[in-house]
Design a protein around this ligand. Structure first.
Ligand code: PAF
Length: 285
C-alpha cells in the first residue's frame, strides 16, 4: 500500500494510472476509520476489480465545520487508519495537509467554493449553514486531484450523498457515483467516527435513533400526517433524558422536499444531540 501526503505525488500517480488505462476508485473519508468505511472500500474494489486502484483519502476538512463545531477535537489517528487500510486492501491512502488543500487560506485569500443551491438547504444544511459548501468544495477538489472513475459514499449521510451526486451530475464529473448501505453496531446504532465521543451512558441511549426509525417504519403501514409523527417523536425522545432531538424530517428521497403525508417510500432523517455530540441517521420507510 502506498501513502501520498502531497498533492503533486497524488497527481503524478493519478496521471500514470490514467495513461495506463487503470480504473481508479475513490473513497473520501475524514479518517478515524471504522467497519463502515471499510465496507465502502469493499464496494470500491468491486467496481474497479483487482487490476484497479482503490484510493482512500483521509482529510479532516476544516471548511465543512462551523465555528463552534468539533473540528479541533475530531478524532485523528493516521497510523491506526493506515493499518486498517492495509488489511482492507486499499492501494493508496491520500492524506494531504491544509496548506496544500486550501492554498492561501492562512493569508486569508482562499476564495473559491463549490455550492449546491437546492437540496443542500434543508435538514443538515439548515442546522449547519456552511457545512455543505465545505463538503462539495473538498470533494470537487478530491475529484480533480484523484481523477476517479468511481467514488463511493455512505448512505448514513443521506443528504450529503444526494448533494454530492447532484454536484457530480451538474459539474459533469465523469465519475460513477456509488452509495453504499449504512453499517450498524449490534444494537442498531449507525457506525460513525463521532460515536467515540459518547460516554457509556450516552452510548447506551444513542440506540434511540435506530429505535425511532424502526418505530416510524412500523407506524407507516398506511399514510400518516408528518406533523403528527413529529409530535409523537418529540414525546418518544423523552424516554432518553440524555438525548436532545435536533430535527426530524420526512421527505421525498428523489427531491429531498419535505412531505406532509408520510407513506411507504418516504425517507426519514433525524439528528440528535448527546451533550455536544451530534449523531444523524436515516431510513427509507
Ligand atoms: O463524510 C465524510 O467523511 C466527509 O464529509 C467527506 C465526504 C469525506 C468530505 O470531507
Amino acid at each position: 500500500m502506498q501513502l501520498a501526503t502531497s498533492i503533486p505525488a497524488m497527481q503524478r500517480l493519478a496521471k500514470k494510472w490514467r495513461r495506463a488505462g487503470v480504473r481508479i476508485a475513490l473513497v473520501p473519508t475524514m479518517g478515524f476509520l471504522h467497519a463502515g468505511h471499510l465496507s465502502l472500500v469493499q464496494a470500491a474494489r468491486k467496481r474497479v476489480g483487482a487490476a484497479g486502484q482503490v484510493v482512500l483519502s483521509i482529510y479532516v476538512n476544516p471548511t465543512q465545520f462551523g465555528p463552534h463545531e468539533d473540528f479541533s477535537r475530531y478524532p485523528r489517528d493516521l497510523q491506526r487508519d493506515l493499518q486498517l487500510c492495509r488489511v482492507a486492501g486499499v492501494d493508496l491512502v491520500f492524506a494531504p495537509g491544509d496548506a496544500e488543500m486550501y492554498p492561501g487560506k492562512s493569508a486569508g485569500d482562499y476564495s473559491t467554493f463549490v455550492i449546491e443551491e437546492n437540496i443542500s438547504q434543508g435538514m443538515e444544511g439548515a442546522a449547519r449553514p456552511t457545512h455543505f459548501r465545505g463538503v462539495t468544495t473538498v470533494v470537487a477538489k478530491l475529484f480533480n486531484l484523484v481523477r476517479p472513475d468511481v467514488a463511493v459514499f455512505g448512505q448514513k449521510d443521506f443528504q450529503q450523498a444526494a448533494v454530492l451526486q447532484r454536484m457530480t451530475r451538474d459539474l459533469n464529473f465523469p465519475v460513477q457515483f456509488v452509495i453504499a448501505p449504512t453499517l450498524r453496531e449490534a444494537d442498531g446504532l449507525a457506525m460513525s467516527s463521532r460515536n467515540k465521543y459518547l460516554n457509556p451512558e450516552q452510548r447506551a441511549q444513542a440506540v434511540i435513533l435506530y429505535h425511532a426509525l424502526q418505530a416510524v417504519r412500523a407506524a407507516v403501514k398506511k399514510p400518516v400526517v408528518a406533523a403528527r409523527l413529529k409530535a409523537d417523536l418529540k414525546q418518544f425522545f423523552t424516554a432518553a433524558p440524555l438525548a436532545r432531538l435536533d430535527y426530524v424530517e420526512f421527505f421525498d428521497p428523489a427531491t429531498l422536499a419535505p412531505v406532509k403525508q408520510v407513506r411507504r417510500g418516504t425517507h426519514m432523517a433525524l439528528a440528535v444531540f448527546f451533550g455536544n455530540t451530534r449523531l444523524i441517521d436515516n431510513v427509507r420507510l
